[in-house]
Design a protein around this ligand. Structure first.
Ligand SMILES: NC(=O)c1ccc[n+]([C@@H]2O[C@H](COP(=O)([O-])OP(=O)(O)OC[C@H]3O[C@@H](n4cnc5c(N)ncnc54)[C@H](OP(=O)(O)O)[C@@H]3O)[C@@H](O)[C@H]2O)c1
Length: 270
């Protein structure tokens, strides 16, 4: 009955990105994907866009699927898990993307020996350019983990980490896009300050970020090497770097990531 069917509970921003990636990019047969959301409209929209199967309720989905992704908000997960507990079947894998909800917590809500995977995605996953940190519970085999990783590849880069680093993954990567957005916003303001129209400054800054990231990805060089290569003696870059160092740019970024990680630790459940 369960075979290789995939279930998704929660069809919001992240859940729908996950389903779209699996069907449109990984090429999973839509008739093998069962979805459920308490929001009927969201459920109908995603089902008609992808041609996947709508479940009537979580139990209906649990009884049919083997790999089950849970993409509800952290505050909704406990009641959801209790509502499905009695329907859990041997061999099923439960992969949760809920921030701060530990494997231990999920296992404690499900029957003994349940197979649980925890994921931390970030918003660029919506475009297939995200980063997904992945940790597995002790009942999950390497093959089962790799099966889940294959389904996630369409959302971006998957990185296996031990679970104790999940809060750090939240601080560095889950929160990551916000650091970049703030940097871009400030650079655009700077472009306007030195005389560009905002739309022109915006184009230049965004392309600069994409190009610089591509250089790092392609050249496999350390960022400092690439930075040094554009820093000429008594030139413009060295003047800019001097101001950034004097203003504590690095220290500020380091402290921000550490603060986000500590906040994730405070919000952790389980
Ligand atoms: N967005 C991010 O950047 C990000 C990054 C990392 C991790 N995450 C994690 O991803 C998860 C989903 O986030 P999101 O931004 O996609 O949230 P979202 O857009 O609010 O989607 C959650 C969906 O689940 C539905 N839902 C709530 N309780 C349910 C239940 N018992 N059964 C079925 N569906 C239920 C919600 O319906 P209602 O709206 O009617 O409640 C909503 O449609 C969260 O746990 C979050 O921590 C998100």
């Amino acid at each position: 009955m369960m075979d290789n069917k995939i279930g998704l509970i929660g069809c919001g921003a992240m859940g729908s990105a996950l389903a779209k990636g699996m069907v449109k990019k990984v090429g999973v047969d839509p008739s093998l994907v069962h979805i459920y959301d308490i929001n009927r409209e969201r459920l109908d929209d995603l089902a008609s866009e992808l041609g996947v199967i709508k479940a009537n309720d979580p139990e209906d989905l649990i009884l049919k699927c083997r790999n089950i992704f849970i993409a509800v908000k952290p505050q909704d997960i406990e009641s959801l898990l209790y509502s499905i507990k009695d329907f859990v079947q041997e061999g099923q894998i439960y992969a949760s993307i809920a921030a701060g909800i530990t494997i231990n917590f999920i296992e404690s809500c499900l029957p003994p020996d349940s197979k649980v995977i925890r994921l931390m995605p970030n918003t660029p996953c919506l475009l297939g350019e995200g980063t997904i940190a992945i940790s597995t519970g002790e009942n999950v085999t390497a093959e089962e983990r790799d099966e889940i990783i294959d389904l996630l590849k369409s959302m971006g880069l998957t990185i296996r980490i031990p679970e104790y680093l999940m809060d750090a993954a939240t601080g560095l990567s889950g929160t990551g896009p916000a650091y970049v957005f703030l940097f871009i916003e400030t650079m655009i303001d700077a472009g306007v300050a030195v005389g560009f129209r905002r739309d022109v400054a915006s184009q230049m800054v965004i392309q600069n970020i994409i190009g610089s990231a591509r250089m790092l990805q392609d050249n496999k060089q350390h960022p400092a090497e690439l930075r040094n290569s554009v820093t000429s003696p008594a030139g413009t870059t060295t003047a800019a770097m001097h101001v950034l160092e004097e203003s504590g740019f690095r220290s500020c970024l380091l402290k921000s990531v550490i603060a986000a990680t500590k906040q994730a630790e405070k919000l952790r459940r389980g």
